[in-house]
Design a protein around this ligand. Structure first.
Ligand SMILES: NC(=O)CC[C@H](N)C(=O)O
Length: 471
């Protein structure tokens, strides 16, 4: 089994989030053992009914027969900033530390590994609405980031007792232990999700320390906010590097709307040089670019635009990334200086950064979009894509100049999901054409970027059609 390195920058994240740094550095006291409640392998039974508040307040005598109980005892709580308490039992990393992050819910039915390792989730913990998590284990091929798990906590209803997948090399429990990420299972995730939909995203803490009161934990949660925090610096690469891997043949996208493998093959002839700003870039975005013959150089989030221009790329890509897009003015400044000079493409955080470079502003959504089935409408062609999404912020269309066209909207709430500036040769989308996890409908967006770069090189006649999504 390959041992993945500890995520870089996570000690820094712990400090930034007000959590004891030794918790992330693995120096804090650990409670590796599973006590007497059935052992590490028996972790998916319903929570103990005698514990009502999630506090481990039951007397030792009431637990005298714990060794014979075939269920896990509640030993952890998720406490939200509004005082709500969700009891559950811990898995993955266990320690007496308190783990603090914004709590969001994700409705994807599959792909928990890609969600765990997507750097855009840095500073957040995910409540999975899919009630059965862990059943396919963890494999070596589906990492979205080699640095490891970016979630600060995994919240689920049912942690699968068994793993059944030919690619699995370890269990979710083992992986989270190794990554020192806490999990809490047995949580009423429906109630939690309904609450987050009513109140909007909330900050929460996961804690296994029974000596801390619910009120203390709620206060800790309310002491932090993701607003105004620059999290890009915690996940970006330190130095520029070349990316080479393509999407493996076995996983090459088949059903591409309006495109297909012909499009990918044709694009390969291009020999295009792309500089990709790493705001927390997902591996599969890089693979989709490489699969189209792009020679990709990845650069840090604050890499000066002048240095990018010296590399003489055919196009610049602005990646996905965590946190508040208004907290990275240096990235907006670089983008402002690049747009108009080279074809640009942005995904999610990249879309939000480019939106600000156009002169627009961003705002925080109530509970964001996190899932694999969000309908997107191309406003120019009426074509619909079902898309993978993961964001909490959006670009305010009222703040965009007239030269920028809103080309895509999210049909669930009408928010901006894509923009084009023909004048500046910029294409952006607020969702995930690389999927991972999710549907492949939007993969054609990469072809649009390739088209723009080829036009810029004079390889293709200018088509100025950035909207041809499947129609
Ligand atoms: N996937 C992303 O790039 C997320 C963008 C941004 N962090 C948001 O939450 O809106």
């Amino acid at each position: 089994m390959r041992v993945l390195p500890m995520a870089e920058g996570r000690c820094g994240a712990a400090v930034a989030l007000g959590v004891a740094p030794n918790a992330r550095a693995g120096l804090g006291p650990r409670r590796r053992g599973r006590g007497t409640c059935g052992g590490a392998g028996r972790i998916s039974h319903p929570p103990c009914p005698i514990l009502v508040s999630g506090r481990r307040g039951a007397s030792s005598s009431s637990h005298a027969c714990a060794a014979s109980k075939p269920w896990r005892e509640n030993d952890a709580r998720l406490v939200l900033e509004n005082g709500s308490v969700f009891p559950g039992y811990s898995f993955g990393h266990t320690s007496s530390e308190v783990y603090l992050a914004e709590v969001v819910f994700n409705t994807s039915l599959t792909g928990y590994q890609e969600i765990l390792t997507d750097p855009s989730y840095h500073g957040q913990m995910v409540c999975f609405t899919q009630p059965h998590i862990g059943n396919v284990g963890i494999n070596e091929g589906d990492m979205e980031c080699e640095k490891g798990c970016h979630l600060r906590g995994v919240v689920c209803r049912h942690l699968s007792e068994t793993v059944s997948n030919y690619r699995s090399v370890e269990t979710l429990d083992e992986y989270l232990k190794r990554q020192e990420v806490v999990g809490i299972a047995g949580v009423d995730t429906r109630q939690l999700t309904r609450q987050l939909r009513d109140t909007g995203s909330l900050v929460g803490v996961v804690c296994t320390d029974a000596s801390k009161t619910d009120a203390e934990l709620a206060e800790m949660a309310s002491s932090w906010s993701i607003l105004g925090k620059d999290l890009l610096k915690e996940v970006t690469c330190k130095e520029p590097y070349q990316w080479r891997d393509e999407t493996e043949e076995e996983w090459e996208f088949q059903a591409i709307v309006g495109g297909g493998s012909d499009t990918v093959a044709t694009s390969k002839a291009g020999d295009l040089k792309v500089v990709a700003y790493d705001f927390g870039i997902k591996s599969n975005i890089l693979k989709r670019l490489s699969s189209r013959g792009c020679d990709v150089t990845v650069v840090p989030a604050d890499y000066p635009w002048e240095e990018v221009m010296k590399m003489e790329p055919d196009g610049v890509f602005f990646s996905n990334g965590p946190g508040d897009p208004s907290a990275a003015p240096y990235a907006v400044d670089n983008a402002k200086n690049i747009i108009g000079k080279l074809p640009c493409f942005g995904i999610c955080m990249g879309h939000q950064i480019l939106g600000q470079a156009f002169g627009g502003t961003t705002f925080k959504l109530k509970f964001g979009h996190h899932g694999g089935n969000h309908p997107i409408k191309n406003t120019l062609t009426d074509a619909i894509e079902i898309s993978a999404q993961n964001h909490n912020f959006a670009v305010d269309p009222a703040t965009l100049p007239d030269s920028v066209q809103v080309t895509h909207v999210n049909l669930n709430d009408g928010t901006v999901a894509g923009m084009v500036s023909k004048e500046l040769n910029v294409l952006t989308i607020q969702y995930h054409p690389e999927a991972s996890p999710g549907p492949h409908d939007a993969d054609v967006a990469f072809d649009q970027f390739v088209q723009m770069m080829k036009e810029g090189k004079g390889v293709l006649e200018p088509k100025i059609d950035l909207t041809g999504y499947g129609v």
